[in-house]
Design a protein around this ligand. Sequence first.
Ligand SMILES: *Cc1c(COP(=O)(O)O)cnc(C)c1O
Length: 379
Amino acid sequence: MQFIDLKAQFAHIEDKVRARMDAVLAHGGFVMGPEVKELEAALSDFCGAKHSIACANGTDAITLALMALGVGPGDAVFVPSFTFTATAEAVLLLGAAPVFCDVDKQTFNMDIASFEEQLAWVKAEGKLKPRVIMPVDLFGWPADYDAFNAIAAREGMTVIADSAQGFGGAIGDRRAGALATLTTTSFFPAKPLGCYGDGGAIFTDDDALADLLRSIRVHGKGEDKYDIVRIGMNSRLDTLQAAILLEKLAVFGDELVARDRAARAYDDRLSRINSVTVPFRPAGMTCAWAQYTLQVDDRDALQAHLKAQGIPSAIYYPMPMHLQTAYKASGRGEGSLPNAEYLAGKVLSLPMHPYLSDADIDKVCAGVESFYAGQEAAQ
Ligand SMILES: *Cc1c(COP(=O)(O)O)cnc(C)c1O
């Protein structure tokens, strides 16, 4: 059993992917070839954002979005502490200050009360200018963008959604990509919509920001690429990856349904075990199911028990950002963000992908059940 079965997906779409890749090999436009524009249009159709700007990876997508807003030294960017490294890294690379916020224990996403506390603290200190709120759609559930957008409007701040794990998710009928002023995503192979290497994109409805992003992703180009009008980056999406993504996007809607079906099957079985907390389902939201993540006591022992039966699992994430060696100077130390610290010790993600069979799901559930049955017997 695979944790994420990319081979099963490839078997399903192989002919189409190979044909798309062959077309790129034939036309030879490997950088910014026609498939990149085609993909950007298809992504916009899918998520409802006016502009899609493809780029080299999800970390760059965050960096580009921050650069488009002119974020730099003296600016505060509010991020959840319980996330993947890149969220904080991009902020620090630009010389800005990440302000770590706690997360909600049920949704794993940035907690509004904690954000308000950190904002009040930054204002009281008076050293940093609050510029950006960057919630993360952790494991595939959208953050509470209605609340964060309202706060951003009140404070004169901008919301960047880090939807690296959330692309495909929705609040009501508004999909990730259209939930914030700027949305970033990643096409790393293991993300819900992944390519066969690195890739990313930024989404926005704002024409001026879209123009800036298209310039910054190609060295800050002006009218043409030898007219440089600002500091930019080299962060283009390879044409081959765009070609692959076009075929993956064609089946993505069906895959999201299959992911949710697998999640419901896990929910049905595992919610019956007292020691296991299954993922919370916020009302009115759709999850992209980047991960199916339990909260359990005895996490490490459960993981070893599953491994012994050939069942892969993973810990996302074992350490919150405010305690990382490289970032801790930006945080307020152990005990400051209790939910992020708690979750780092309790989370365990189970195999999740659209091609999980009923037999796979049964095996995983039986593995978890037998661990807790054994524990109860021993007591
Ligand atoms: C994967 C991920 C990123 C970074 O994406 P890359 O394409 O790997 O650079 C950023 N934020 C979150 C929450 C992620 O999960």
